[in-house]
Design a protein around this ligand. Structure first.
Ligand code: FAD
Length: 252
């Protein structure tokens, strides 16, 4: 509604309602993955025992999403298709190595494909999704139990605000040594970003003060935010540095 009222999005002559497609609802375990239906709302994410057990970082993101009213209707599929660089579930999904499940029915035949979420976003509001496809689900690999996961969102107020920056971290920790480290950032580039240099600074290391500082500095260097009415590029870089330090310090 805000986008159409601002004139950025025109209503299509044909609208398609997805709500009654059962395959787009619910969270289920499918082998080594969780299949989260595209129509799962933020409230349902927070209440799902499977999501809470295997992807608590998504629960954290949903908990900080807008307000109760918006959480009750906003779906994870809509958040992904909206492709805002500040979309709150995109950062955890990147940190979790999720895949986007797309389906289409050209010529009456149902076809599907899966795209790694890191390849799905092409720019603000732009994705790899073809016009005739819908997002059916998000698939999240179930990693080893007890991984460290954290989502951090910075806005100008605690409720009903879009992220000025957001950070997602997911890692294994064996005897204090980090492995399979995934770090993602939101609102600091045209698309949600994997922090490859930050990950390299953490992989295989103990979380000492020096390692945390090196990783936070790498994060500040690899994001490329813009100035806008929410925050300046300089402020965003500094907050990425400072807040990643806080997230990692919490992990110790
Ligand atoms: C007041 C307000 C507060 C908000 N706060 C936040 C916030 O805190 N964090 C945040 O990340 N976002 C926020 N948003 C943005 C928005 O609500 C979310 O992106 C939400 O997740 C969108 O989900 P939806 O189901 O409402 O999608 P819709 O708005 O219905 O759809 C978004 C777009 O994706 C398409 N689409 C939806 N589902 C599918 C599908 N399964 N397959 C193919 N295309 C699809 C639609 O056609 C449309 O173009 C806010 C919006 C408002 C109005």
């Amino acid at each position: 509604m805000p986008q159409s009222k601002a004139g950025r999005v025109a209503f299509e002559p044909l609208l398609l309602g997805l709500r009654r497609i059962p395959e787009l609802h619910g969270v289920a375990r499918d082998g080594d993955s969780l299949r989260i239906g595209a129509l799962v709302t933020m409230t349902e994410l927070m209440e799902s025992a499977l999501v809470r057990a295997h992807c608590p970082i998504l629960v954290e993101a949903a908990d900080q999403f807008a307000s109760d009213q918006v959480r009750n209707v906003a779906t994870i599929g809509g958040n992904v298709c909206n492709a805002s660089p500040a979309g709150d579930t995109l950062v955890p999904l990147l940190a979790l190595d999720a895949e986007v499940e797309l389906v289409a029915k050209p010529n009456g035949l149902l076809t599907g494909r899966r795209v790694p979420i890191g390849e799905f976003f092409k720019g603000p509001g732009k994705t790899l999704r073809a016009r005739h496809e819908i997002v059916a689900a998000l698939r999240v690999p179930i990693g080893v139990p007890g991984r460290f996961m954290r989502f951090f969102k910075l806005g100008s107020r605690p409720a009903l605000d879009i992220s000025a920056i957001s950070i997602g971290v997911c890692a294994r920790r064996d005897a204090g040594v980090l492995s399979e480290v995934r770090v993602a950032f939101g609102a600091v580039a045209p698309v949600p970003l994997r922090g490859r240099a930050t990950e390299a600074a953490l992989e295989g290391r103990q979380l000492t003060e020096a390692v945390i500082e090196t990783a936070a500095a790498a994060a500040r260097d690899e994001v490329h935010p813009i100035d806008d009415f929410r925050a300046s590029a300089w402020y965003r870089r500094e907050m990425v540095h400072n807040m990643l330090k806080k997230v990692l310090a919490d992990a110790t």
